[in-house]
Unconditional design. Structure first.
Length: 281
């Protein structure tokens, strides 16, 4: 069986040690960029490799980009091969933030043509709560070759977002908290507010109290109420820098609403150009 959206703790536990499975730890903190790697070294799921949001899953920031520009996909492909991920691997990604960071690697792999990648539902937090194995032993990795088959239609740039909103052909969903969306709080970016026309669905709304995703039928009903008659293909997701937006995209996939896209640059890229509109409230 292949896993392409979510995998449960028990399902992953049953496959630990499988030669065709690769687990990747994506823990990260925007407040402390070393926190995720430190946490990995103090204890991770057996055989897990570590992927750093800044160093591995993003490229360097420029004057025109947001805070986490898409990586150079050729460089990322080499990193995937160094982690032992081939085009035939079943990949499982996790973090300690209910998928907020792991979703980034899930989406990147899908954009590179790799469908067999799933987010660990509940992450390492739920894994620990179930009393499952944690280790400090670094995995023995057999490098291989990963060949990307990049699908550039899976994300939009700022111009495409502007055009889509202007012609009413695009529904943009902002994954940030309501306070940041409304412009009442902005702890990270220099400008507060949201892209004019964007709707707000904080990614936390995808989760139950235990940090796992809501059932697919519940998610489907919630997104259907938000989208009305719009097709999933007319939807794009944004956030502060294109990371947690992947959580909403994943939730739509879990719900069976396939084909939405990512505005990869998101708010932190949008505000680089003072001619682009800003909405508040």
């Amino acid at each position: 069986m292949n896993y392409t959206t979510l995998i449960s703790a028990s399902q992953l536990q049953a496959q630990l040690g499988h030669p065709d499975w690769v687990i990747v730890d994506c823990r990260f903190s925007l407040a402390d960029s070393d926190a995720g790697r430190n946490a990995y070294q103090f204890g991770h799921i057996p055989t897990a490799r570590y992927a750093d949001l800044n160093k591995d899953l993003s490229s360097a920031i420029t004057d025109q980009t947001g805070r986490h520009p898409l990586p150079d996909f050729r460089v990322l492909a080499k990193a995937l091969g160094a982690w032992g991920i081939s085009n035939y691997s079943q990949v499982v990604v996790y973090d300690d933030a209910a998928g907020a960071f792991a979703g980034r690697l899930w989406w990147l792999l899908r954009a590179m043509g790799h469908r067999n990648v799933a987010v660990l539902d509940g992450g390492i937090t739920y894994w620990r709560q179930q009393g499952l194995a944690i280790t400090t032993v670094l995995p023995q990795v057999k490098p291989c070759v990963f060949r990307p088959y990049l699908d550039t239609s899976t994300w939009l740039d700022a111009r495409a977002v502007e055009n889509g909103l202007a012609t009413a052909k695009l529904c943009l969903i902002d994954a940030r908290t309501p306070e940041r969306y409304r412009g009442e709080q902005e702890p990270i970016d220099p400008v507060a507010g949201h892209i004019p026309g964007a709707l707000n669905r904080p990614f936390q709304w995808n989760l139950a109290q235990d940090g796992r995703f809501l059932p697919a039928d519940v998610l489907r009903g919630q997104f259907a109420a938000l989208l009305g008659k719009l097709a999933p293909e007319a939807v794009a997701h944004n956030c502060g820098s294109g990371v947690t937006a992947c959580h909403n995209l994943l939730a739509m996939e879990v719900a069976g609403l396939l084909g939405s896209k990512l505005y990869a640059g998101s708010w932190s890229e949008w505000i680089r150009d003072g001619n682009r509109g800003v909405a508040r409230g």
